[in-house]
Design a protein around this ligand. Structure first.
Ligand code: CP
Length: 327
């Protein structure tokens, strides 16, 4: 498709991605090579070092504008992208969808074109419909689009920060047995984790009720197990997912109580059925007493709060690489 004179001019003045990271957008992890993922995790480690300094700010993205455009609720992702951009000295706009002209019927594309006209370089987008960030990347190629979660499809920066946390704790990802436990069917975190972990050489097993595991998921290179005790046996990492009731259009199990009885990770089950040093991860938000017991969430094996901290470093690395910060 021929590009317009405006987009040709914009393409010349906008920064190109840095050498060694040839991506303008981050839409999911399936398009990243192992070298790409290693580059992001390596740069994230460098940015994390900055957190211990008195002045936690770098001038790297001075003059760039990052816009957070969230059509779905978020605590961790939105705030950590804001913090990451601010720590790199970018200007940050948090677009409040509910009080914007979207409420008057303005389309998504017109909304984003308006934001682009204000001088945005990067749009961080969360949307309830799978594929929305991909549509924007296709239609507005001069912007960098970061997928901060699209429906049940993908959440690439969550996958990256989970891998960063594993690497920090275990010094490798290759060969580790990672268990993803819970509502795989509705989880964008599960899909991005599987793509990333498989690319990095981990073994992945999904554990949960038949109704919450997508048919044919074995094609992604994962093992499927429906029994919690069996599924936990040799796990180095247990990544627990929330039951996403807001995305369920039918009953996938008889009751929450029964789900917890069969698949809830209690302190006793963790002690009896898993390796003593297995990492317990959760992307949040957590439902204490449902998919994860109180003592497990707050216990010594839990990395839940470290994942949140690492999210800032990983998002700094992603913004830096997509904005061509090192040029
Ligand atoms: N893990 C995650 O995406 O959390 P938020 O929905 O709070 O951003």
């Amino acid at each position: 498709m021929a590009s317009s004179p405006t987009s040709q001019r914009e393409a010349k003045v906008r920064p190109k991605p840095v050498a060694g990271f040839a991506h303008r957008h981050l839409l999911d992890l399936d398009v990243l090579s192992r070298e790409d993922i290693e580059r992001i995790l390596h740069d994230a480690a460098g940015f994390k070092d900055v957190f211990t300094r008195t002045v936690k700010k770098l001038p790297t993205l001075r003059g760039k504008t990052v816009v957070n455009l969230f059509f779905e609720n978020s605590t961790r992702t939105r705030t950590s992208f804001e913090l990451a951009a601010k720590r790199l000295s970018a200007d940050v706009l948090n677009f409040a969808v509910s009080t914007s002209s979207v409420a008057k019927g303005e389309s998504l594309l017109d909304t984003v074109r308006t934001i682009r006209a204000l001088g945005a370089d990067v749009i961080v987008m969360r949307h309830g419909s799978a594929g929305t960030p991909h549509l924007l990347a296709e239609r507005l190629p001069n912007l960098s689009i970061i997928n901060a979660g699209d429906g049940c499809h993908a959440h690439p920066t969550q996958g990256l920060l989970d891998m960063f946390t594993i690497l920090e704790k275990r010094e490798r990802i290759e060969g580790l047995q990672v268990v993803i436990l819970g509502d795989i069917l509705h989880s964008r975190v599960a899909r991005s984790n599987i793509w990333g972990l498989r690319t990095m050489g981990a073994k992945v097993r999904v554990v949960g009720p038949k109704t919450l595991i997508p048919r044919g998921i074995e094609a992604m290179g994962v093992e499927v197990c429906h029994d919690l005790r069996e599924g936990l046996q040799d796990a180095d990492v247990i990544n627990i997912l929330r039951i996403q009731r807001e995305r369920m259009t039918q009953n996938f199990f008889p009751s929450i109580r029964e789900y917890t009885l069969l698949y809830g990770l209690t302190e006793e089950r963790l002690r009896q059925w898993a390796k003593p040093d297995a990492l317990v991860m959760h992307p949040g938000p957590i439902n204490r007493g449902i998919e994860i017991g109180q003592a497990v969430a707050d216990g010594p094996q839990s990395t839940i709060e470290e994942q949140v901290t690492n999210g800032v470093a990983v998002r700094m690395a992603v913004l830096y690489l997509l904005c061509g910060g090192s040029e």
